[in-house]
Design a protein around this ligand. Sequence first.
Ligand SMILES: NC(=O)c1ccc[n+]([C@@H]2O[C@H](COP(=O)([O-])OP(=O)(O)OC[C@H]3O[C@@H](n4cnc5c(N)ncnc54)[C@H](OP(=O)(O)O)[C@@H]3O)[C@@H](O)[C@H]2O)c1
Length: 256
Amino acid sequence: MARIFITGSADGLGQLAAKLLIEQGHQVVLHARNAERARQALAQAPGAEKALVADLSSIEETKRLAADVNVLGHFDAIIHNAGDYKVSSDRTVDGLPMVFAVNSLAPYILTCLIHKPQRLIYISSDLHVQGDASLIGLTADSLRSHASPSYPDSKAHVLLLSNAVSRRWPSVYSNSVHPGWVPTKMGGDNAPDDLLKGAETQVWLATSTDAGALVSGRYFHHQKEKPFLPATGDVVLQEKFLALCEELSGVRFEIK
Ligand SMILES: NC(=O)c1ccc[n+]([C@@H]2O[C@H](COP(=O)([O-])OP(=O)(O)OC[C@H]3O[C@@H](n4cnc5c(N)ncnc54)[C@H](OP(=O)(O)O)[C@@H]3O)[C@@H](O)[C@H]2O)c1
């Protein structure tokens, strides 16, 4: 039995992954943006150990979430699933673009502050190939004033993070996933792909002892590796992304 923490598990793919893992006999800790959503998450996924609360658009709440996870002890795997897709003009309490804060910065903060698990899974998207991984024009100042990375940009950032973790922490399996275009709140009712298949890969990466799942620095769709945007494999860009997140959050990515 494995113990897994899943961000954004009150709904959609995160909730489905939680249910699948619980069905398989694993121990799952959920996460939701507020107490009401946490109550709903637990009601939807009976058998979950607990639901933690934090709005990932807030740097302070995200740091507190990491501390709350650490209080619970060791996790075998963490699925960084929570994601936002709102219009890029929305700003957070920290004055940052919403999509960047939730999709790009929060997984960085949680990765750095939560005790290292054996496996890290980051939910990206094939839309990342339309994103800008160059980080040109992205600085702490520009993000606090006018810069607004798009959803595809944020999903390229997720690949930069996942690949950086794989390189910096060779003892951890760090991989990212494209779930397909699936019918969730985010994907919409007309999404053409299979919802169940959209959750199965992260469940497999979190728990399987198949040789195919015990790899790192890869990008998966439906349990098959696929190429990622080459720029997200660029070490200089990965380090630039880590430095930007450190400057914004004050949290350092330690080689531990
Ligand atoms: N659906 C697709 O077609 C598709 C395709 C490619 C990639 N993805 C990725 O798959 C992941 C899961 O998305 P989904 O399709 O399952 O969408 P979803 O149903 O909208 O679920 C997203 C989850 O993230 C949570 N979340 C969003 N902002 C948050 C915040 N500020 N603080 C805390 N939690 C927050 C949501 O909470 P609430 O429920 O309270 O809003 C929800 O539980 C995302 O990373 C998404 O980018 C989805």
